[in-house]
Ligand binder design. Structure first.
Ligand code: CUA
Length: 124
């Protein structure tokens, strides 16, 4: 259904940079779903900050480079487990209720730096 993007390469290129931008899926008449790919590893998310449009849902695809992690957007019911490396991706769709900054964090205890595993989604 959803077209696959070479977003992985983009994400890698922007790793550590500020505000990786989501790309809308082209060629659809409906509000385009934005797709973001995030890698999780002890103890960070890459990208840890990204921007999306607030008027369309965001499909977030999460993959781990090591152990199980969690993904929870504070103040929302978005809370999923990211399977360990080699066990596939976890995907969740988030519709920002309004423009703003949404903090996300790892919600599964994954080691000493677990509490530092955070990031920000900026909907504008
Ligand atoms: Cu990753 Cu807790």
């Amino acid at each position: 259904m959803a077209r696959t993007f070479l977003l992985g390469a983009l994400v890698c290129a922007l790793a550590g940079g500020l505000g990786a931008a989501a790309r809308p899926i082209a060629g659809t008449a409906q509000p385009a779903v934005q797709v973001i790919e995030i890698n999780a590893e002890r103890f960070s998310f890459t990208p840890s900050e990204f921007r999306v449009r607030s008027d369309a849902p965001v499909e977030i695809r999460l993959r781990s480079d090591d152990t199980d992690h969690g993904f929870h957007i504070l103040g929302t019911d978005i809370k999923i487990v990211i399977p360990k490396r080699g066990k596939g991706a976890a995907t969740v769709t988030f519709q920002p209720p309004k423009p703003g900054r949404y903090v996300f964090e790892c919600s599964k205890l994954c080691g000493a730096g677990h509490a530092f595993m955070r990031g920000t989604l900026i909907a504008e």
